[in-house]
Design a protein around this ligand. Sequence first.
Ligand SMILES: [Zn+2]
Length: 136
Amino acid sequence: MRQISSLRRKELNWSEKECLRLLYERGVMRPGELATELKLSHSTITELLQRLAEKGFIVYEKYKEARLSKDGTLMAMKIVRKHRLLEVLFVKMGLNACEACLEARKVDYLISDDLAYKMCYYLGNPEKCPCGKRIP
Ligand SMILES: [Zn+2]
C-alpha cells in the first residue's frame, strides 16, 4: 500500500504538468510569471508550487522564484519527450503542427513510459518534433 500512495503522491494534474514544462523550457520563473502563463490566480499558483515542492519536483520558497529539482527535470524531460512523440504521430495522421501541439498538450502527461517507448519505435525513432525541436 505504501507503494501505491507514494505513486499517487507523484501524480500530476494538468496545471502541475504545464508548470513543470514551463520551468523546463525557461529555467527559473517567478510565481507571478507562472500565474500569468497558466492563467491561474496568485493563491492558486502558490498552492500549486507548494504541492510540486512537496512532491520533490521543484525547489521553491514562498514568494521566491521556482526551479526544477533533479527529479522535476527528469519528469519534465519525460513529458516533453512524450509531447513531441505525440506531435510526430498526430502530424502523420494528418493534423497540422499547431493542432498536433494542442492535442498532445491535453494527454502528453497521461501516457505511460511503455507506450512512449513503443510509439518511438513505431515512428522510426524520430529525432525532432514537427516544429524541429529535438526529442529528448
Ligand atoms: Zn508542442
